[in-house]
Design a protein. Structure first.
Length: 131
């Protein structure tokens, strides 16, 4: 039986539309809020249809001093063009992007995971240094 870490996919976001791209400063001041964004389809747009879409993005922080991840935020994307008139005829679509404001007290790693309803779970990470 496969374990979750065996099925999480990663790749270069410039060549793969499923990878969540984390945008955040490389260095931040301890205790100061800053914005972190995670976007799927930064270079190559991901479809957002009833049949093929990103369902959610989650952001975790793993402090350098520990082995536990802390969930920072999670966003579910619910509108993919569904309508009583039929699939992909709806009036609203959600893009696969989320931003959160956080503050850190120590250095560590931000990890974004994103779930595609067809291609599964994808992840990326970014080191953050706290001064």
């Amino acid at each position: 039986m496969a374990k979750i870490n065996e099925v999480v996919k990663t790749a270069d976001f410039k060549s793969e539309k499923h990878v969540p791209v984390i945008e955040a400063p490389e260095t931040v001041k301890a205790g100061d809020y800053f914005t972190v964004s995670a976007t799927v389809g930064k270079e190559i747009e991901h479809p957002n249809t009833v049949e093929h879409h990103m369902a959610w993005i989650a952001l975790h922080f793993i402090p350098a001093s520990g082995k536990v991840s802390y969930e920072v935020g999670r966003c579910e994307f619910s509108a993919h063009g569904q309508s009583v008139a039929g699939p992909n005829l709806g009036p609203v679509y959600t893009g696969s992007a989320v931003s959160v404001n956080i503050k850190l007290n120590e250095s560590g790693t931000l990890c974004a995971t994103a779930y595609c309803n067809i291609h599964g779970l994808w992840a990326s990470d970014k080191a953050i240094t706290v001064q």
